[in-house]
Design a protein around this ligand. Structure first.
Ligand code: FAD
Length: 410
């Protein structure tokens, strides 16, 4: 006897997408979510700065194939086309010369060519980077700021499989708010962490902090970080290939450190991109004054993001303020208002920003996508196909898992 046809674990973009597809097909579904809200890594707050701010995903990537894009249009969201560029590049506190910008543009094209031509012999992205400012700075957007990993931890094959994410759109109302709108009519049991999934008998028994649910199948959308920490026990254990795949898809990290700059635009225009290149290790990127708000949104990624989150918010805000003061003068300090640091590395329910395959392990994603015992399916950003790591990819993965479950249930 099952309580429902399908239990969906997690109410982020993947879980909500899966649940909506199952409900539309007439199946009974229970969505269980450990947080006290839906959206997971899609989360807009308006209390921090008095304007919507995305703590998690912000850009609608690959808008021409991202299912959230037409919904944002239909919902009347204010959309701004913004593909990442290098409007302002500094090598520490020195502004890049025009010939250096040209060299970086050429290096970026060269890096893309090397990635495309890569024969797989050394699968580390770092193996493609010659020493020198240009290629390394070009790699900043491919590595820490994009994949959330340093270039020596990125698989070229995995990176290559992720689509070019242009065109990108930024929203005034918030991507997290859009995902919340998408999921608003999905019944979700909040504050209900899943502790164990027992698949020893027919169907599954999903043990939660609020009781047990029996179902024919379960779709698990928690991050690979949560899976690797075994915050959910599987009884019996998952097959070894799945366990390996989970460990071969560790979480990368991207940390946002937005600071308000009051009454000053520093000669920058809304949505300008500013990158401070610091040996391609401790680089910091700023999205400047989006929608003409007072925010300069700092980003750090990869190993440095884990370090800065461990150091804490005060240290992180000091770091970005110091870097801006290096460039714009110490008078800037008096203009800094509210600030924050996102902390997805310390968030137990995500344990990082998004997954990236270890070098040599790009096949892990396909392994994890295989159902277990025809009753456990995994879904989420790690299985987002060419849109891996993105909220749109997470949703598509959830919808694909739902289709597979429907086919199985018949
Ligand atoms: C800082 C940052 C910036 C980003 N920027 C972008 C961007 O600009 N554009 C973009 O498209 N993507 C971006 N992303 C990635 C995007 O946010 C994620 O890929 C996407 O939201 C993941 O959705 P998901 O459903 O796979 O996972 P999640 O959103 O993590 O959903 C999984 C859910 O499972 C829940 N859960 C965990 N453990 C349990 C448990 N034991 N029981 C029950 N529930 C549990 C979690 O609370 C969570 O709600 C960013 C992410 C971060 C962190």
């Amino acid at each position: 006897m099952s309580d429902v046809d399908v239990v969906v674990v997690g109410a982020g973009a993947a879980g909500l997408g899966a649940a909506k597809a199952l409900i539309a097909a007439g199946r009974s579904v229970r969505v269980v979510e450990a947080m006290n809200r839906i959206g997971g890594r899609a989360w807009t707050t308006s209390t921090d700065f008095g304007v919507p701010f995305d703590i998690g995903c912000a850009w609608l990537h690959a808008a021409d194939r991202n299912p959230f894009y037409p919904e944002a249009q239909a919902a009347g969201w204010t959309l701004f086309h913004h593909d990442m560029g290098l409007d302002h590049l500094y090598f520490r506190d020195r502004r890049a010369e025009p010939h250096e910008l040209a060299a970086i543009a050429a290096a970026d094209a060269e890096l893309q060519r090397l990635i495309e031509a890569h024969d797989g012999t050394n699968d580390r992205l770092s193996s493609l980077l010659a020493q020198g400012h240009a290629l390394r700075a070009a790699a900043t957007f491919s590595g820490p700021m994009d994949f959330g990993q340093d270039d020596d931890e990125i698989s070229v094959a995995d990176f290559r499989a992720a689509a070019d994410l242009d065109p990108n759109y930024f929203t005034r109302e918030g991507f997290g708010a859009l995902v919340a709108l998408f999921g608003a009519n999905v019944p979700v049991d909040l504050d209900t962490p899943v502790q164990e999934i027992d698949w020893s008998g027919p169907g599954v028994r999903v043990e939660t902090a609020r009781g047990t649910l029996r179902a024919q199948a379960v779709i698990v959308t928690v991050s690979t970080g949560v899976l690797a920490f075994e915050d959910i026990r599987f009884r019996p254990h998952l097959p070894e290939a799945h366990v390996e795949a989970i460990f071969d898809l560790p979480m990368g990290l991207l940390t946002k450190i937005p600071v308000e700059i009051r009454g000053e635009r520093l000669g920058l225009a809304p949505f300008d991109d500013l990158l401070i290149e610091r040996h391609a290790r401790h680089d910091v990127f700023f999205l400047c004054f989006p929608f003409d708000t007072d925010l300069m949104v700092g980003f750090v990624g990869g190993d440095f993001a884990w370090e800065i989150e461990a150091a804490g918010e005060e240290a992180a805000v000091d770091f970005v303020t110091d870097r801006l003061a290096d460039i714009f003068g110490s008078g800037l300090r008096a203009k800094v208002g509210r600030s924050l640091m996102t902390n997805w590395g310390g968030e137990r329910l995500t344990r990082g920003a998004y997954a990236a395959a270890r070098p040599g392990k790009a096949a892990a994603r396909a392994t994890l996508a295989q159902p277990v015992g025809d009753r456990i399916w995994f879904a989420g950003e790690a299985l987002g196909g060419s849109l891996v790591q993105t909220a749109g990819g997470a949703r598509l993965s959830g919808e694909a898992a739902a289709r597979a479950v429907l086919a199985q249930l018949g």
